[in-house]
Structure formats: structure tokens, C-alpha cells
Design a protein around this ligand. Structure first.
Ligand SMILES: CCCCCCCC/C=C\CCCCC/C=C/C(=O)SCCNC(=O)CCNC(=O)[C@H](O)C(C)(C)COP(=O)(O)OP(=O)(O)OC[C@H]1O[C@@H](n2cnc3c(N)ncnc32)[C@H](O)[C@@H]1OP(=O)(O)O
Ligand SMILES: Cc1cc2nc3c(=O)[nH]c(=O)nc-3n(C[C@H](O)[C@H](O)[C@H](O)COP(=O)(O)OP(=O)(O)OC[C@H]3O[C@@H](n4cnc5c(N)ncnc54)[C@H](O)[C@@H]3O)c2cc1C
Length: 627
């Protein structure tokens, strides 16, 4: 049966142009071309093999990640890949590594918070990987509360240097990816102290390891923080611990875009808002939203293909059993996740636009949209990562028992993905930031400052005007409700941006219709899930709720014949999916059977330990010995 497409009958049912949908998913014909080319390049290169990760020890696993990162870099250089292609290559290699932090945080931090001069000095080194950087903000005692960080950077005017110091155990840097074993440099966040006065937290470029032999520099204690959740999974990353013992760095290694310290020891603040010190987090939250659709679509692709292959019950006269994808209950769990994957794709695209827009404005000294950009990136990061982590786990359950096998790809995907709910801001903490922004907006309703952008709707919500007087009352006391309000606000953004997407011209036979169905599923599923809230606030009547439910059922039937084609449109290679259950040809059972025999435990028919533990048991030798 090798070479047979077991899902061909499903593909033949589809009612839209899959190739055109692939372009919509990728974002443009160019983006599709890059993604398609690079994913195939990675998939066809044995150097990027990844099917053995769960069986390696941590040390083997980590060394293998180093090998792959070096091999990826060689490929990038040899093939003269563009920045866009190189980023895609790292994405399809699909293994968390120090390079994520180097390219994803270290470089953006220098770009966003460094002066022109600092960028000119450090960026060429970083781009050529002559130095490797990490982002060292979080400490053992403080992560969410950035203002509570304890590391100090004290200016010494005698030597024109900063002294970076970890005064307590809890001030040890803890978690930064790439720090543990690889990074030569860090953007370390510390409390700036000049002339005995504190000026808040700022970033500093600190060299950690020798560029000759990689040994830690004087005053630096550094190592890995230990094994994390799951086998393989995020353990390819060297999240690290770091202590500074009065480490001296030149004054010009303080990132000085937001504030400066002169050689005379004068502290100066630029005209830009202080919050720009947090700018790298805004950037990364935006990329995490874009990434959520990748992780969710991957899980949904696996669960959808497997649901079409898997049959249980319902055989008529000895005929085939029912495909589990035909059960309404399976559809009601799977199709909202499929719709979410598309919704998150489009919100990721929109957020990328919003981020580019705010960046352009910042360059022109227009800071007016920064609070909205912060609220959107924080809120949407929280919403999409929570839904994706939950969605991956739901996909595992949708695959029944086989979903629990590592070869399904789902356990590892979950283990790698789930910390996204915590890193780059705990999701609840981030929603509280959105709530703060919303309450501030409510408190200004009726003033000359009119809400615009994603909060423009607030002027139209009459009862908010009446809430205004109570806004300052008990934020902490009402925080549970406020977090729910923040989620609702973010869902409104997701739904409205999906609708806006559909107002654009979308070429390809039936493509727009499919997206309309998915958009309606996304919105009506939310309404159905939260119908208690909608009913209790009088936004809908019980009749509306029942109609929404009927409509959902009908929409699921419309998706059903197109389900396989809708996941094919993600254009994932079998290598990237890393799942027997999700393989393109649907030839699941022979592959599962074959994979089982490749497990190291099956290398011998009689296991190691038989003579020591099993035989004595069977021969009752253990009991006899005891008696
Ligand atoms: C890295 C590669 C990315 C690729 C992604 C693809 C997928 C990759 C897969 C794997 C790789 C993953 C790599 C993970 C790496 C992880 C890295 C990290 O985790 S780094 C550490 C991140 N840490 C945090 O996020 C900390 C969270 N805490 C905070 O952000 C803040 O401290 C706070 C919670 C916002 C509170 O701050 P503070 O006490 O100072 O603020 P407030 O008093 O509440 O607010 C003051 C005003 O400032 C506004 N504000 C706050 N933050 C911002 C901001 N970022 N931008 C703009 N404005 C901000 C706030 O709203 C207040 O405004 P007003 O109300 O006064 O107007
Ligand atoms: C895999 C991984 C990679 C990471 N990589 C990096 C990195 O490269 N660089 C780096 O600097 N950091 C990194 N981090 C650290 C990460 O950014 C922090 O863990 C994260 O910001 C959460 O902070 P915390 O650990 O202090 O959580 P805490 O704030 O201690 O959260 C614990 C609980 O308290 C709750 N809570 C906290 N504050 C409030 C509040 N005000 N109101 C209500 N509830 C609250 C939270 O919701 C949560 O439930 C990484 C973390 C992980 C897991």
C-alpha cells in the first residue's frame, strides 16, 4: 500500500481551489514560494532529521541541537539564503535552540533600544554570529514584575564603567534561553544607579564568555537550570542561570536609546516614553501570536487527517465502519479549532501590520498608538497561546489512544508549546494589562480624547458611559471579571479582523466561501460557549442562542467535505508535522506498526534486566529469599 494516497477520496470531495488557499494561508505568492521551497529543502536533508529526539539523553539531545544549529548556519551561508529564507529554515528545522533568542530577542533588543552607534558596532557581529546573544531579564525571584528586578548596574565615573552585580540569590538571572551553555553575550536587565540615585530598569550588553575558549569571564557564574517538562521537547534549549560578581563593562554598553548616562555621570532621559525599555517584549509577543497559528494548525492537521482515517462503529452489512470525522461530536470539537487556526493566522498578519505601523510612528516621534499596540500584543499573545495550548491537547484526545504515542507528534508539540502561556509574560498578568488599558479608556469616555482603533467601539456601548464613575473602584477586587472583559475585548478584535479579511478580494474558486464558513464557526462557537454571558447581559435572547446552535451544526456539515483540503492548505511537509497520524498519505497503520519495532526497547526480544528482576520474580526466588 506504499505510495497509495489513502486520503485521495477525501481530497476529491473538496469544493475549493486548494492551491489558491495555500497562498491565502502563506500571506502572498512570494511568501508561499519561500515557505514551500525551504520546507522541502529541510525535509529532504537527513542532517535535519528529528524523529529520534524523545529517545536521546539530555546531553545527546543538546549536542545534537548544537550540531543542527551549526549545520543550519552552514546551509544558510552556503546557499546564500536571504534573511527571510534563513528565518524560514530555522522555523522548519523545528527545534527550540539558542538561535531563537539570538535572532528573536538579542538582535531586536539592540535594534530597538540601542543608539545608531551601538547598532553599528554590535549588529554586524551578531548578524555574522561572531557573537551569540541572549535576553537576560527574568530572575529567580522576579519575572512578571520587571520593576522588581534586583540586579544592579552602578556607574563608576572613575573608570567610565558600569558595575553589574547580583546582590542576592533571588537576583540570579534565571530562565534566559541560550544563556546556560551557549551565549557569549547577554542583554542583561538591571537597575540603573548613577551617583547613588536609582533610575529604573535598563538593558546592558554584557559579555559572558571568552570568545577564545568559551570559559565564563571574571565575575560570571553561569550554567543550565535543568530538565524541563517533557522528553526531548524544550530540553533542546539551554535555559540558564547567571550571577554577576561586580562585573565591569564600558559605559557605552548600556543601551542608550531611552536614557543616557554621560561620562560625567549625568543621567538624561530621551523624549521617547520609558516604556520603550519594554519594546523587545512587544515585538516578541507579536511574533508569538503569528506562531500560535502554526502550532495550532499543525495539531489540527494531524487530528483532521487521522479523524478521516480512523473508523469506529457503524458498519452496515460488513461494510466499513464510520470515519470518526463524521461524528457530530468529533466535528464540534475539531472544526472550531480548524477555524481558530485560520482566525489566528489572520490576526497574526494584522498584528504584524500594527507593529510595523507603531514602529514607523515611533521613528517619527509619534507615541500615540503605543498603549494600544501594547494592549493588543499582550492580549492577543495571551488569548492565542492559551487557546493553542488547550487546542493541541484537545487534538491529542481527538486522536484517541494513538494520540498519546510520541510518534503522533502531539505530546512533543504540547510540551514544546505550553510554556508559551508563561514566557514573554504570564497570560493572566498580560490580560490584566489589557484590563488596565480598557479601564483607562472607559475613564476617559466623554472627554475630548475619543477612543480610536480597536477601542473605537467603546463610544457606542452606552452603558460603559454609566460605568465610568466606578472605574477607579477596586481594580484588584474586580480583577477576575476584568480579565474576562479583557478576553472578550481580544476575541472581538480576532472576529472583527477575520471579517475585515473577508472584505478583501480573495481569488480562487470557492476560497472566500470556505473562509466565510470558518469565520462564522469561529464567531458562533464563541457565542455558543459563552451564551450564559450573552443571555445574562441581554445581548441575545434564548431564541438567538438556539438559532446559533442550529447554524453551527449546519456549518460543520459544510466544512466536512472540505476538511482535508483545508488542512492541506497549510502545506506542511511530513517532516515538519513529525506525526505518523498526520502523514499526507494517511497510511497510518503500517507506519505505526513499523515505528513500534524501531523503538530501542525492541532491540532485543528479552529485555535488559530480565535476569536481574523478571526471572527471580517468576521463579519465586524473591519471595523465597524474603521468607
Ligand atoms: C524569541 C523568539 C520569538 C520567536 C517566536 C516564535 C515562536 C518561538 C518558539 C520558541 C521560542 C520561544 C522563546 C521564548 C523566549 C522568552 C523570553 C522571555 O520570556 S523574556 C522575559 C519576558 N518577561 C515578561 O514578559 C515580563 C512580563 N512583565 C511585564 O511586561 C511588565 O512588568 C508588566 C506586567 C507590563 C508591568 O510592568 P510595570 O510594573 O512597569 O508596569 P505598570 O506599572 O503596570 O505599567 C506602566 C505603564 O506602562 C505600560 N506598559 C507596560 N508594558 C508596556 C510595554 N511593553 N509597552 C508599552 N507600554 C507598556 C502600562 O500599560 C502602563 O501604562 P499606563 O497605564 O500607565 O498608561
Ligand atoms: C520556557 C521558558 C523560556 C523563557 N525564556 C526567557 C528568556 O529567554 N529570557 C527571560 O528573561 N525570561 C525567560 N523566561 C521567563 C518568563 O518570561 C517568565 O517566567 C514569565 O514572564 C512569568 O514570570 P514568573 O515566572 O515570574 O511568573 P510569576 O509572576 O511568578 O507567576 C506565578 C503566578 O502568579 C500569578 N501572578 C503574578 N503576578 C500577578 C498579578 N499582578 N496579579 C495576578 N496574578 C499574578 C501568575 O498569573 C501566575 O499564575 C522563560 C520562561 C520559560 C518558561
Amino acid at each position: 500500500m506504499e505510495g497509495v494516497d489513502h486520503l485521495a477520496h477525501e481530497r476529491n470531495k473538496s469544493e475549493f481551489d486548494v492551491d489558491a488557499m495555500k497562498i491565502v494561508w502563506a500571506g502572498s505568492p512570494h511568501a508561499f514560494d519561500v515557505s514551500d521551497r525551504i520546507s522541502k529543502l529541510v525535509a529532504s536533508d537527513p542532517g535535519f532529521r528529528k524523529d529520534n529526539r524523545s529517545t536521546l539523553s539530555r546531553k545527546e539531545l543538546f549536542k545534537n541541537t548544537l550540531r543542527k544549529a551549526a549545520y543550519a548556519w552552514k546551509t544558510i551561508v552556503d546557499l546564500r539564503l536571504s534573511e527571510e529564507e534563513a528565518a524560514k529554515l530555522r522555523f522548519y528545522v523545528d527545534e527550540p535552540a539558542f538561535t531563537d533568542l539570538h535572532w528573536g530577542m538579542f538582535i531586536p533588543a539592540i535594534k530597538g533600544q540601542g543608539t545608531e552607534e551601538q547598532q553599528q558596532k554590535w549588529l554586524p557581529l551578531a548578524y555574522k554570529m561572531q557573537i551569540i546573544g541572549c535576553y537576560a531579564q527574568t530572575e529567580l525571584g522576579h519575572g512578571s514584575n520587571v520593576q522588581g528586578l534586583e540586579t544592579t548596574a552602578t556607574f563608576d565615573p572613575q573608570t567610565d564603567e558600569f558595575i553589574i552585580h547580583s546582590p542576592t540569590l533571588t537576583s540570579s538571572k534565571w530562565w534566559p534561553g541560550g544563556l546556560g551553555k551557549v551565549a557569549t553575550h547577554a542583554i542583561a536587565y538591571a537597575r540603573l544607579i548613577v551617583g547613588g540615585r536609582e533610575h529604573g530598569v535598563n538593558g546592558f550588553i554584557v559579555q559572558l564568555r571568552s570568545l577564545e575558549d568559551h570559559s565564563p569571564l571574571l565575575g560570571i557564574t553561569v550554567g543550565d537550570i535543568g530538565m524541563k517538562f517533557g522528553n526531548g521537547a524544550y530540553n533542546t534549549m539551554d535555559n540558564g542561570v547567571l550571577r554577576f560578581d561586580h562585573v565591569r563593562i564600558p559605559r557605552n554598553q548600556m543601551l542608550m536609546r531611552v536614557s543616557q548616562v554621560t561620562c560625567e555621570g549625568k543621567y538624561k532621559q530621551s523624549d521617547v516614553p520609558r516604556q520603550l525599555v519594554y519594546g523587545t517584549m512587544v515585538y516578541v509577543r507579536q511574533t508569538i501570536v503569528a506562531d500560535a497559528s502554526c502550532a495550532l494548525s499543525r495539531a489540527v492537521c494531524i487530528a483532521t487527517r487521522y479523524s478521516a482515517v480512523r473508523r469506529q462503529f457503524g458498519s452496515q452489512n460488513g461494510g466499513p465502519e464510520t470515519q470518526v470525522i463524521d461524528y457530530k461530536t468529533q466535528q464540534s470539537r475539531l472544526f472550531p479549532l480548524l477555524a481558530s487556526a485560520y482566525a489566528f493566522r489572520f490576526i497574526g498578519e494584522w498584528l504584524k501590520w500594527l507593529y510595523a505601523d507603531v514602529t514607523q510612528r515611533l521613528q517619527a516621534n509619534d507615541f500615540s498608538t503605543l498603549p494600544e499596540a501594547h494592549a493588543c500584543t499582550a492580549g492577543l499573545k495571551s488569548l492565542t497561546t492559551t487557546a493553542t495550548a488547550d487546542g493541541i491537547e484537545e487534538c491529542r484526545k481527538l486522536c484517541g489512544g494513538h494520540g498519546y504515542l510520541c510518534s503522533s507528534g502531539l505530546p512533543e508539540l504540547f510540551a514544546v508549546y505550553v510554556p508559551a502561556c508563561t514566557y514573554e509574560g504570564d497570560n493572566t498578568v498580560l490580560l490584566l494589562q489589557v484590563a488596565r488599558f480598557l479601564m483607562k479608556t472607559v475613564s476617559q469616555l466623554g472627554s475630548s480624547k475619543k477612543p480610536v482603533g480597536t477601542i473605537a467601539y467603546m463610544t457606542r456601548v452606552e452603558h460603559l458611559m454609566q460605568c465610568r464613575c466606578g472605574v477607579q473602584r477596586g481594580f484588584a477586587e474586580l480583577s477576575v471579571d476584568l480579565v474576562e472583559a479583557a478576553v472578550a475585548h481580544c476575541q472581538l478584535i480576532v472576529v472583527s479582523k477575520f471579517i475585515e479579511k473577508l472584505q478583501q478580494e480573495i481569488p480562487g474558486k470557492g476560497v472566500k466561501q470556505q473562509l466565510e464558513v470558518l469565520c462564522n464557526i469561529y464567531a458562533l462557537f464563541l457565542l455558543h460557549k459563552h451564551q450564559g454571558d450573552f443571555l445574562s447581559t441581554g445581548c441575545i435572547t434564548p431564541k438567538h442562542a438556539a438559532l446559533a446552535n442550529d447554524e453551527l451544526r449546519s456549518l460543520y456539515s459544510q466544512v466536512r467535505p472540505n476538511a482535508i483540503a483545508l488542512v492541506d492548505a497549510f502545506n506542511y511537509t511530513d517532516h515538519y508535522l513529525g506525526s505518523i497520524l498526520g502523514c499526507y498519505d494517511g497510511n497510518v497503520y503500517p507506519k505505526l506498526y513499523e515505528a513500534a519495532w524501531k523503538d530501542p526497547l525492541n532491540e532485543s526480544v528479552v529485555p535488559d534486566g530480565y535476569h536481574q528482576y523478571i526471572r527471580p520474580l517468576l521463579k519465586q526466588e524473591i519471595r523465597t529469599a524474603r521468607l
